[in-house]
Design a protein around this ligand. Sequence first.
Ligand code: BEZ
Length: 238
Amino acid sequence: MENIQEQEVFSMPRIGDKAPEFTATTTQGEINFPGDYKGEWVILFSHPADFTPVCTSEFMTFAHLEEKFNKANCKLVGLSIDGLYSHIAWLRTIKDKIKFNGMKNIEVKFPLIEDISMNVAKKYGMIQPGESKTQAVRAVFFIDPTGTVRAIIYYPLSLGRNFDELYRALIAMQASDKFNVATPADWEPGDDVIISPAGSCGVAAERMSGTDELECEDWFFCTKKLDKDLVLKEILKK
Ligand code: BEZ
């Protein structure tokens, strides 16, 4: 029995898996996940507990940036192992009392899942017993419009997330999909992109003989320009 419980706690979706399905109560009503988000990206993220300072700073930042994520066709869904009334009280306190990083009066409008049963947290491997047996770590799942897990980032309890990186990763994955390219280290829209490595000796030779479009350091390392405005036009909603 203990083994089955442990397996539940440790199981987690991997990149390329379909996002595990669930229905849940949230601060914005019931959700059916990921079915309610077909055709959209979702960032599903967990936090350790309501009424804690790092989580509060993160929620204010997510709420402040929600519109920016929405413009990139991405919805936000939060979760912690707390009950609905705790969530409601915490979000009201944030709005009424907390100032952080120049932000105040922040209303969290995206759904926050109550997961007192740990049903969702277990499905998504958000409980990492070495860190805490009762609180979810700071997990971030990027789920694409087909309901497939595309990236996963985990942070420990004490470390607040970097929101520039979350947004950068979202835009980079969308650019990869749209333009069939890969993105190098620290890529931002407007930077050169990587094209897939040559798959034959002929293509390798062709690339090294030089083309107008490609810049090749070697046969396996070719980049090309990708216009920033084009990337943003294709990805961001007006
Ligand atoms: C926080 O959000 O401040 C926090 C939560 C759990 C452990 C440590 C810090």
